[in-house]
Every structure is written in C-alpha cells, then in structure tokens.
Design a protein around this ligand. Structure first.
Ligand code: MRU
Length: 358
C-alpha cells in the first residue's frame, strides 16, 4: 500500500529550497494558491501565529526550519549568536500554545545544537535535523494511514461512511496527512462510500481546506455545518469519526480543534467508533491529563465577522479554538509506533517505549 500512498502525495504546504522556507498561504485557500517565502525565524513565527501555516505537525516542521533560518542570520551577524538564536526560539515558542509538536520540534533543534561544538558545522547540522523532522513526519503519515485502514477494514459493512473535523491532510502535515491520511488511504482501498466534512467554525478548515483536498482527489465529500454532525451520525450510517490531535496527554486525553469533544460524546451515543490519528510527536507525556493542556483563545473577530464584515451583535465573543476529549470516549489512538485501543495511562506508557514501526 505504501507505494500507492506515495503516488497519491500531490499537495504540499511546506517547501525548503534555495536555503529558504516556502509556505502555501492557508489563509487564502481554496481560491488562491499563493506561496510565501521566509528567510527569518521572526517571519516564520509570524506565519505560525497568523495561520499561514497550521496543523500541529506542520507547525512543528515550519518551526524547525525557522531555527535554521535564525541560525544563519545570527551566525552572519557574529557576536553571541547562540544567545541571539535562543531568543528566536523563545519567540517561535510563543507563536501558538496548544499543539505540542511546536515545542517538541524546537526542543529537538535546541538539543541538537547543544551537541555541536564548533560554529563551522552548526548550520549544516541544524539543517539536517530540520529535514529529518520533516521526513520522519512524512514517513509517520504513511505508517499511520496503513494502521488506520486496518481498523476501518475490521468493521462490518464496506464501503463505509466517515466523518471528520478540521483539516488533518497534506496541508497540516509533512506528507499524506494524519486523520485525512487514513481517510485517503481507505478510499484507495475501496473502503469509503462517503466522507462528511465538518465546516469547522470559525476558521473553516473543513470547508476551505479538507473539502478542497478531498475533492481534488475525487473522494466523495460533502460539507456540513458542525451542528449537523449528531444528525448525520443518526441518519447517514456513519461508522467512524476520524480526527487528528494537537496534544495527547499521558492518560490518553486528546486536545484537538474545538468541536471534537462534542463529536466524541455524540459518537458514543450513536455507536459510532472514534479514531484519533497523530504522530508520537503530538504525545506529551509530561502532562498527566487534558486539564493541564493550555487551550488557545483567538480573537473574537473570528466569530463576529465573516470575510471581514461584521455579522454578530455588538457583544464580546468567547473563542477557544481547541477542546479536550477525555480518553474514555476514544476507541483508538493511531500513531506511527502502533495503535492504542481504549487508551489509558498504562497503554500510553507502553506505546511510548516502542520504536517506530517503519
Ligand atoms: O488551528 P489549527 O488549524 O492549527 O488546528 C488544527 C487541528 O486542530 C488539527 O486537527 C490538528 O492540528 C491535527 S493536524 C494533522
């Protein structure tokens, strides 16, 4: 299956070439396909904050390349370049709070740098580390897609009806996608009759990005309001809700795009299986449970305005952009290290001791 998946890799959102970082501007998709060029860590921090690049793994990869850009600038400026780069890393770490992949990638870059003694090798070593973070995410996507497909195949009655939330595809990762990677692979295996994509208010990752990615590949997708999901589960024969994650804690609780928690509650009520697909770089074993995850709140204008035009009354808006799904509502967490069914602390611990499968 791996070769078929590789052949199906068409869209990408992150490109490292000519010693610069190019990001596909996700704020203007699906109408404009605009690539923006970055040559400073500060610029990339801004791109993450303003969501030019988004999705937990993609944010981590972009931040890793940003460290290379920062190192080049700081080395050229001379002086205490390591201290100046540490300030760049602090700036990158402040760009978004919830997706742990950002901090995971920055830590990897920081630790790699600490092991380089001489300055002459530093840039090449950092670049190799960033490329390796990118490549291993791509590989992880392929492994997770195959593991997720096997879970879908085991359920009775193929082809099946799937529901997904937010965007977890090529745009959100270094490769094929996490949850959307499983859905794309399942389609290639003839297991998918229909995909329902939640529009994902307020930023519309579902209607602008997921629907675009699936339609580009001819996968039968229909868009629905987030509030239609329970009705769809009851009336349309949904067998799986499949989502990604921004941070998974040591007990298996999952932070993901706002609206994921209510999907899990509804899935349990309707006997629909609930699958979370995320690389191990999304797992934060330093946090005991989901209550400890910082939840990003974004500007109220994302709710009160549509395409820059005010549509809401003159009130304040509360706009948390992630929520936490408790582990006991989750049927399976799929990672590149393997699958954890009915997650709990002991099973998460065992998973993290394993090596990658491929
Ligand atoms: O605010 P976003 O668009 O960065 O949120 C993205 C999500 O919540 C995704 O589901 C998650 O990052 C997984 S992406 C593979």
């Amino acid at each position: 299956m791996r070769d078929r998946l590789l052949a199906a890799e068409k869209v990408k959102a992150i490109d490292w070439r000519d010693s610069a970082l190019f990001l596909l501007d996700q704020r203007v998709l699906p109408f404009d396909e605009t690539w923006l060029r970055y040559d400073s860590a500060r610029g990339v921090a801004d791109a993450i904050r303003t969501m030019v690049v988004r999705g937990a793994p993609a944010i981590g990869i972009a931040a890793a390349y940003a460290v290379v850009l920062g190192a080049r600038q700081r080395l050229a400026a001379g002086g205490d370049w390591r201290a100046a780069l540490a300030a760049d890393i602090t700036l990158l770490a402040a760009s978004r709070p919830t997706a742990v992949n950002l901090f995971w990638a920055l830590n990897r870059m920081r630790e790699r740098l600490a092991r380089v003694a001489g300055d002459d090798q530093a840039l090449a070593v950092l670049e190799a580390e960033a490329v390796s973070i990118h490549e291993s995410d791509r590989e992880a996507n392929l492994t997770m897609a195959q593991l997720g497909v096997e879970l879908i195949r085991k359920r009775q009655g193929n082809p099946q009806v799937l529901l997904t939330h937010c965007n977890t595809g090529a745009l959100a990762t270094g490769g094929f996608g996490t949850a959307l990677g499983v859905i794309r692979a399942a389609y290639l295996e003839g297991l998918v009759e229909q995909v329902y994509a939640d529009e994902t208010r307020p930023w519309l990752q579902g209607s602008r990005l997921t629907a675009w990615e699936l339609a580009n590949e001819g996968i039968p997708v229909s868009l629905n309001a987030d509030s239609a999901a329970a009705h769809i589960m009851r009336t349309k024969g949904v067998t799986w809700v499949i989502v990604g994650a921004d941070r998974i804690t040591a007990n298996g609780d999952v932070a993901n795009k706002i609206g994921t928690y209510q999907l899990a509650v509804n899935a349990m009520h309707h006997d629909v299986r609930f699958m979370v697909v995320a690389p191990s770089s999304t797992i934060d074993m330093s946090l005991e449970n989901g209550e400890q995850i910082p939840i990003e709140e974004r500007a109220g204008s994302e709710l009160l305005e549509v395409a820059g035009k005010r549509v809401g009354a003159d009130v304040r808006a509360f706009n948390p952009v992630f929520d936490v799904t408790p582990a006991d509502l989750i049927d399976a967490i799929v990672t590149e290290k393997g699958v954890v069914e009915r997650p709990n602390a002991a099973k998460m611990e065992q998973l993290m001791c394993r090596k990658r499968l491929h």
